[in-house]
Design a protein around this ligand. Structure first.
Ligand code: URA
Length: 242
């Protein structure tokens, strides 16, 4: 690493000496492109990542600080089509975090995860196992809505998942519940099916992860409701374990 930095600095020095010999000690900078001129400081910070510059959100100590630093993200095209950036909601010190896939139409409008039909079902099932929505934390892998509620693209997950990882590092819950396959596949870097992951307890950076059906899938297929409820009961047990 040190060698690489030294090489960059040596190259930069050589370049500046060459420029000085050609143009004197006046530094001529390229004119900013119009897209750069339009970028807010937050957009610049976030997009700096694409050029290998560590963005300042990485150092965030709280969820509020992280949200403020990433909410204008345009790292992927969804940043241009969203109505709201849907960061997450609930108890910042929760011992359990529920993660969905991405905001839907209603979430995009309200800026809060799981407030549409799937969210109402989730609230109802959480309440039936003794979790209050405001005592847990709820977020998604993607913070912006994919148009037409299509599945997240690998490139969108790659761009957005570092934000999820940072949220989890800040909250440090005891348990993560993956609603559907995307959260568990993203965190465990696996392409295994939900069917094969469900029923197991995984470990990720000192936190436990279980995977269950997505409430939207249960709305389409009522026979999975019983299984989702079973998994939420298991989540409650793990949550209560000392
Ligand atoms: N589906 C999700 O995965 N997340 C939401 O926030 C809403 C629906």
């Amino acid at each position: 690493m040190k060698k690489e930095v030294k090489k960059i600095l040596d190259d930069a020095k050589r370049y500046l000496i060459q420029q000085e010999s050609l143009f004197g000690d006046e530094i001529i900078l390229p004119k900013q492109s119009s897209s750069e001129q339009e970028q807010s400081p937050v957009e610049k910070d976030v997009s700096g990542e694409q050029f290998g510059v560590a963005p300042s959100w990485v150092e965030s100590k709280t969820l509020d600080e992280l949200e403020a630093k990433i909410k204008n993200c345009v790292k992927c095209p969804l940043g241009k089509t969203r109505t709201n950036f849907v960061f997450g909601v609930g108890n910042h010190k929760s011992e359990v975090v529920f993660i969905g896939e991405a905001p839907g139409a209603e979430e995009d409008l309200q800026g809060e995860p799981f407030v549409g039909r799937a969210g109402q079902l989730l609230n109802q099932l959480l309440a039936s196992v003794g979790f209050r929505r405001d005592e847990v934390y709820i977020c998604n892998v993607l913070k912006c809505r994919p148009p037409g509620n299509r599945d997240p693209l690998p490139s969108e997950i790659e761009a957005c998942s570092p934000y999820l990882v940072k949220q989890l590092e800040i909250i440090k819950p005891k348990l993560i519940v993956s609603l559907g396959r995307f959260p568990v596949q993203t965190l465990l870097k696996t392409s295994a099916s939900l069917g094969s992951l469900r029923g197991q307890v995984f470990e990720w950076r000192g936190m436990k992860i279980i995977a269950t059906y997505h409430p939207a899938a249960v709305l389409r297929n009522q026979q999975w409701k019983r299984l989702l409820l079973e998994d939420l009961r298991r989540a409650k047990e793990i949550f209560l374990q000392k």
